[in-house]
Design a protein around this ligand. Structure first.
Ligand SMILES: Nc1ncnc2c1ncn2[C@@H]1O[C@H](COP(=O)(O)OP(=O)(O)OP(=O)(O)O)[C@@H](O)[C@H]1O
Ligand code: SF4
Ligand SMILES: [Mg+2]
Length: 398
């Protein structure tokens, strides 16, 4: 991916909400790339910053939110480039597309976004077909009749039975899964190169979710559309993604090719997320929820932001903010469950053959003295201690 210019490059993106309670650091230095036709996951618990990151790429962050740093480039065009002026004020660089260019050249035509709740995106008082047609007319240079034809074709393409008849029906006459298919049809109608899908299947039952994921897989292959797929579900990631960014409290804490992430998991948070996935060989009782809750993004914990919940946390984790880098050779020997591979070499090899290098933000993989640091276990109390014990128990069972 890094050998040629990726389709989308997000670098050090920071978005904050300036509220009465304080500054919410919703997205805090996020970087990732999306290659052409690649399906990239953004995964993490509620509040991790996934939606705000997605909205920031599209410049759809609402007040009191603001992108305060970073760049986003798409096909060599600058969607975001924030710099600081001499007196510290935030400025949009001259290279940045204007609001009008974002509307006319990017949104819908180049990059489409699909939201979690189709009812929010579909107007209940207009027919489904009419809304798809209008969207096509707005974004493509075609007549009304041609737009209608494309709309019906797209409804058929996403598996809506009897599309000519259903064209004239209203959103409430469609099931949740069918409404989500309509949004996918709308997103695809202008043949964008990238679709950002923000938890589009979360509200659906698992069977319908499976059908939609299969559909996306088929369409992705047919149209070679790239996706940023936002989800809290590692099972979904495993099913459709090529590479993954695991987010925690505004930061990407592990970034890898999907096979590397599942078979050579590095970060304790990713491990915990993986243990909480339902699988056919697990009973509900044996699922291992992550102990504690994610802290507020107004006052994130010092050092590693996961240290208040991490079963492996030591004193050094409270003091040192981990760098986001390939794991250092040998530095992960201290209790990281290392399999003896040379991770830095593996990261370089991945980069050389165009795959996502494996990056992790955890001091266990850095030479900062983790192995000699005191355990933070003594701090654990109440529910957190319970969760911690559960996580430890889960690890022993592996
Ligand atoms: N309009 C807003 N005003 C203030 N804070 C906000 C606003 N929108 C989002 N936030 C905060 O930004 C942080 C990231 O929110 P975001 O919606 O991106 O999380 P998420 O990962 O998408 O979670 P979910 O899985 O629940 O959708 C949270 O702390 C959230 O409270
Ligand atoms: S840096 Fe420390 S607290 Fe953070 S994930 Fe690694 S071991 Fe856990
Ligand atoms: Mg969200």
């Amino acid at each position: 991916m890094s050998q040629s210019e990726p389709l989308l490059r997000v670098e050090n993106l920071k978005t904050q909400f300036f509220t009465e309670e304080g500054t919410v650091r919703a997205v805090d230095g996020v970087s990732f790339e999306v290659g052409e036709g690649e399906l990239v996951g953004l995964v993490g618990e509620s509040g991790a910053g996934k939606s705000v990151a997605a909205q920031s790429i599209m410049r759809l962050v609402e007040e009191p939110g603001r992108i305060v740093d970073g760049t986003v480039t798409y096909k060599g065009r600058t969607l975001v480039d924030i710099e600081r002026g001499p007196d510290g004020d935030l400025r949009e660089s001259e290279a940045m597309l204007s609001r009008r260019e974002m509307r006319t050249d990017i949104r819908g035509t180049e990059i489409a976004i699909i939201f979690q709740d189709p009812m929010e995106s579909l107007n209940p008082v207009f027919t489904v077909g009419g809304q798809v047609r209008e969207f096509i007319e707005l974004n493509r240079d075609v007549s009304g009749a041609e737009a209608e034809e494309i709309a019906i074709d797209m409804l058929r393409e996403v598996g809506i039975p009897e599309p000519v008849k259903r064209y004239d029906e209203y959103p409430h006459q469609f099931s949740g899964g069918m409404r989500q298919r309509v949004l996918i049809a709308m997103a695809l109608a202008c043949e964008p190169s990238l679709i950002i899908a923000d938890e589009p299947t979360t509200a659906l039952d698992v069977t319908v979710e499976g059908q939609i994921l299969d559909l996306v897989d088929d369409l992705q292959e047919k149209y070679d559309t790239a996706f940023v797929w936002v989800t809290h579900d590692m099972g979904v990631v495993a099913e459709i993604c090529d590479s993954v960014n695991v987010m925690y409290l505004g930061e990407v804490i592990e970034q890898a090719d999907v096979d590397d992430l599942f078979h050579d998991t590095k970060h304790p948070y990713t491990r915990a997320l993986l243990r909480s996935i339902p699988r056919p060989d697990r009973t509900v009782e044996s699922l291992d929820p992550i102990g504690g809750v994610m802290p507020e993004a107004i006052n994130p914990p010092s050092g590693c932001r996961f240290h208040t919940r991490c079963p492996d946390a030591r004193e050094v984790c409270r003091e040192v903010h981990p760098t986001h880098a390939p794991p250092e050779e040998g530095a992960d020997a201290a209790g990281a469950g290392n399999d003896g591979a040379r991770p830095a070499d593996a990261a370089r090899a991945a980069e050389a053959d165009g795959r996502q290098p494996h990056l992790v933000s955890c001091v266990k993989y850095e030479s900062v003295g983790y192995e000699h640091s005191e355990s933070l276990e003594a701090e654990a109390t109440g529910a957190f201690a319970g969760g911690l014990a559960e996580m430890r128990g889960g690890e022993r069972d592996e």
